[in-house]
Design a binder for this molecule. Structure first.
Ligand code: HAM
Length: 421
């Protein structure tokens, strides 16, 4: 039987891996500029962290988690997102006692049992930032500004930032009542999920993608109409600061996000180059989460973005895969040449050059084909004469020029470096 990868979990093959390393480098650079430090929580957590942190009534917890018992019967879950893990780590390691204000970022795989389609998979990768320890509207704006900076560095256009505020826990209560009152006359005609959401958490109805429910959702009241004075003031300041920095946004009164921990600011960045799964990233404030997970009463704000989706957009923009070159190919003729090539490759690689040679006993002509295939910048042919004289000819594969060189790793590196200048 030939094995296949698990549905919704795919290989990232070498040609595509170049996009990933490039994207990761850009994310790290943006995080450095905004002074966010990396954190790497484990992939597996106790199930309760997510059911409590994300909310038992959410689709993520209800339908999408990979949950399994360990050998002692404890319930564990592959992380569906990282905010709960980062907050757990913040509390567990007493970061609050060192410095309650922490700016953190992460990159890594997440797992959700969703129906795979373009831009949606069961193992996917997120990069994300979490700024824990301040209620300041300027921190919401920093996080949004970081997201825009990343998009700018990646050269992406056609994006739209949707923004809303869903207020504090007391506002949620008022908003839930308003939604129940609004949906009451329609709920019997809506989908089964929405009927359940009506009782559990009517905010979730606003995320429903079911076509029969859409007409009822369009006219539903917006959350920003139900904010208390403090939350309304916070939202006004966020908008003012975004205006001040010239960061674009569109107000979306129905944006509530699919996870229960959000309070106040919520946002999503969408791309018109993606199909139905158009959210490049999403996030917001979670002022009650640290406390809910057993830590001190500490606010937080952050976002996470899907890397597969970013790569889809990046690929659509670029026609061909970035070219990958090696510095030097060592083509060999005969045993003495092969021995010399092995010796030299070792030294040259230690000196930092990318070097390759034939390991399959191929004919010289085939070796040349291989050198072209890996886009070698330089070529050295090593045969009996070169092995005896310890001198060879370094060929520039672009200009076809040849330069004589003593066959030691040091001399070859010196020559290549002088040619680069
Ligand atoms: P989320 O909206 O569930 O938020 O996910 C964030 C992003 O991850 C989405 O906008 C999307 O780009 C990507 N994503 C989600 N599910 C999939 C999937 N099945 N396949 C591919 N990409 C996917 C969170 O996860 C929050 N933890 C964000 C956050 C951080 N909020 C505050 N801090």
């Amino acid at each position: 039987m030939a094995y296949k990868s698990v549905r919704g979990m795919r290989d990232i093959l070498p040609d595509e891996a170049d996009y990933w390393t490039g994207l990761e480098a850009t994310i790290r650079d943006v995080a450095r500029r905004f002074n966010y430090r990396e954190i790497r929580p484990p992939l597996v957590e106790h199930t309760e962290l997510f059911s409590r942190g994300i909310g038992a009534a959410t689709d993520v917890v209800n339908k999408e988690m990979y949950t399994f018992p360990d050998k002692k019967g404890r319930s564990l879950t592959l992380r569906p997102e990282a905010t709960a893990s980062v907050v757990r780590s913040y509390v567990e390691h007493g970061m609050a006692t060192q410095d309650p204000f922490q700016k953190l970022f992460y990159i890594g795989p997440m797992f959700r049992y969703e129906k795979p389609q373009k831009g949606r998979s069961r193992q996917f990768h997120q990069y994300g930032v979490e700024a824990i320890g301040s209620l300041a509207p300027s921190l919401d704006v920093e996080v949004i500004s970081l997201a825009w900076s990343l998009m700018h560095d990646l050269g992406l256009g056609g994006l739209s930032l949707r923004l809303n505020s869903i207020g504090c826990a007391a506002d949620h209560e008022r908003y839930r009542d308003a939604l129940r009152a609004y949906f009451a006359p329609h709920i019997d005609s809506m989908c089964e999920d929405c009927q359940r959401r009506y009782d559990d958490n009517p905010l979730r109805i606003l995320d429903c993608k079911n076509r029969t429910c859409q007409p009822y959702i369009t006219d539903a009241p917006g959350s920003a109409e139900h904010l208390c004075a403090d939350c309304a003031d916070h939202f006004t300041k966020v908008k003012e600061l975004l205006d001040q920095l010239g960061l674009d946004y569109v107000l979306d009164p129905h944006l509530v996000r699919g996870l229960d921990y959000y309070t106040r600011t919520v946002f999503e960045l969408t791309s018109k180059d993606l199909g139905a799964q158009d959210a490049l990233l999403g996030g917001g404030r979670y002022d009650d989460l640290v406390k809910m997970i057993g830590g001190p009463d500490t606010p937080g704000v952050g976002f996470a973005g899907g890397m597969e989706r970013l790569i889809l957009v990046l690929k659509e923009r670029e026609e061909q895969v970035m070219e990958r070159r090696i510095d030097l190919f060592l083509a060999t003729l005969g045993d003495a040449g092969r021995t010399l090539a092995l010796d030299l490759s070792n030294g040259l690689r230690q000196e930092g050059l990318s070097v390759d040679l034939d390991y399959r006993g191929r004919a010289f002509r085939k070796q040349m084909t291989q050198a072209n295939k890996v886009s070698a910048r330089y070529l050295l042919v090593l045969g009996d004469d070169e092995a005896t004289a310890k001198v060879g000819k370094l060929k520039d594969m672009d200009t076809r020029e040849e330069i004589e060189v003593a066959l030691s790793a040091e001399k070859i590196v010196q020559l290549i470096e002088s040619l680069r200048d």
